[in-house]
Design a protein around this ligand. Structure first.
Ligand code: IMP
Ligand code: MG
Length: 413
């Protein structure tokens, strides 16, 4: 039993979100007790409607209880007595909450869209709960006043993996709407380039749209691009040929970044490069190694070639572990992540990236700032660290980002 448990733990822990799994377990009980999988016929309809009503009531009660547990956790967080938090006891990996979460209301909202309570064969799922948490986060941010900063991941969040932000991207009018309401925008991406031109090539649809909708130039410097997780900052200005201007590190770097020396950076990247090369050799992967100023990665040697999920996960977990155990990895923060068909190790991470954006815009608080991304698993995912800097929303595709932005507009109207 112990061995089986350990195997399951070792295999799955990096692929699970503990809070979501725990909520899923709580909702599974009323699902099992209330659902009526044997009711199939027209004459069962009244019974099924009643089942849905009852299930809704029970699910909603559970969500309300979790809402209270989170409120208690926040109280303990504020008074520095985290160990007294019951939620922490139940879900030890639970982190910081920047705002309360109105989960009961958010559940009602998502239930009216997804008909979770009406289902007889499929219990409340990981995705149901992820979306309820997103809605609760947005409701809380909006009821607390203006959303001051929205930061977006790039790949899979604003556009498909490896794609670019084209002029017909449906996120564009929605981001313009946020700018109109006074929200500052950050694109906090792993993609690490030192030249504005490269970011323009990937984001031109949005940058051109801002320029054409803002003839008076009121939005100059209201959007930034943070590249390489937390390494290169560019600010929007229509005066520049590529509509982005590099901001000098002295103007945006966080105090803790100032003591990173080139020697520390090279030592970390050397260790990471060696770990990646060992994996390439062990798993016989057809990849190239790419060393950059602030990152090292591997990507398929031929266009169209796909690495397997197992190869990617093994490589990222091994590399992360090697770095965590190394002296170099203890001196400066890093982020090893699975990019879908490549693996990168970047210096720094998105918690620093988002915090640097908050500082650049004059010190925006974490409770007024939202990071939207697709990578929130605890290992091998790069948006995860943003949870240390601000509230977050976990989306699974660019279409979900559009839906989330519509929710923001609908709930703030
Ligand atoms: P994100 O989803 O916007 O954070 O972008 C992640 C992707 O950017 C990775 O999967 C890589 O394909 C690409 N990329 C390009 N340059 C870098 C880099 O320097 N570090 C990490 N990822 C990079
Ligand atoms: Mg992404």
């Amino acid at each position: 039993m112990t061995t089986r448990y350990r195997v399951e733990y070792a295999l799955k822990t990096h692929r699970r979100d503990q809070l979501i799994e725990w909520i899923k377990g709580l909702l599974a009980v009323p699902f099992v007790l209330m659902s009526q999988p044997t009711s199939m016929f027209e004459q069962d309809k009244p019974g099924i409607n009643e089942m849905a009503r009852n299930a809704h009531t029970r699910y909603a009660e559970i969500m309300r209880d979790i809402e209270y547990l989170i409120a208690d956790h926040i109280r303990n967080q504020k008074s520095g007595t985290e160990n007294a938090s019951k939620l922490k006891l139940l879900v030890p990996s639970v982190g910081v909450f920047f705002t309360p979460l109105p989960l009961q209301k958010a559940f009602a909202f998502q239930d009216s869209k997804r008909f979770i309570s009406s289902r007889r064969f499929v219990a409340p799922s990981f995705n149901d709960i992820r979306l309820i948490l997103n809605t609760a986060q947005i409701m809380s941010l909006i009821s607390g006043g203006r959303l001051e900063l929205a930061t977006f991941d790039g790949d899979v969040t604003l556009y498909d993996d490896g794609d670019v932000l084209r002029p017909d991207n449906p996120c564009i009018p929605r981001i313009l709407d946020l700018l109109r309401k006074g929200t500052k925008i950050g694109i906090v991406t792993a993609a690490g380039y030192t030249e504005a031109e490269k970011y323009y090539e990937r984001l031109f649809g949005l940058l051109d749209a801002i320029a054409s909708h803002d003839p008076s130039n009121a939005w100059e410097h209201h959007l930034v691009v943070m590249g390489g997780e937390s390494n290169f900052l560019f600010t929007y200005t229509p005066r520049s040929p590529h509509k982005l201007e590099r901001v000098e590190p002295e103007q945006w770097q966080l105090p803790e970044m100032r003591h990173w020396t080139e020697e520390m950076v090279s030592a970390l990247l050397d260790t990471a490069e060696q770990a990646l090369k060992d994996c390439v050799c062990n798993l016989n992967m057809p990849v190239e190694v790419l060393r950059k100023e602030r990152a090292v990665g591997i990507y398929p040697a031929e266009k169209g070639l796909r690495l397997s999920r197992e190869q990617l996960e093994e490589t990222v977990l091994v590399t992360q572990r090697v770095l965590e155990m190394s002296e170099a990895g203890q001196r400066i923060p890093f982020c090893a992540f699975n990019g879908g068909n490549d693996i990168f190790v970047d210096i720094g991470d998105k918690s620093l990236g988002v915090r640097a954006c908050q500082n650049y815009f004059g010190g925006i608080e974490g409770s007024k700032s939202l990071h939207i991304g697709d990578q929130f698993l605890s290992a091998g995912a790069n948006d995860f660290k943003a949870r240390l800097a601000c509230t977050t929303a976990w989306i699974a595709s660019p279409a979900e980002t559009v839906a989330l932005l519509d929710e923001i507009a609908q709930l703030s109207a």
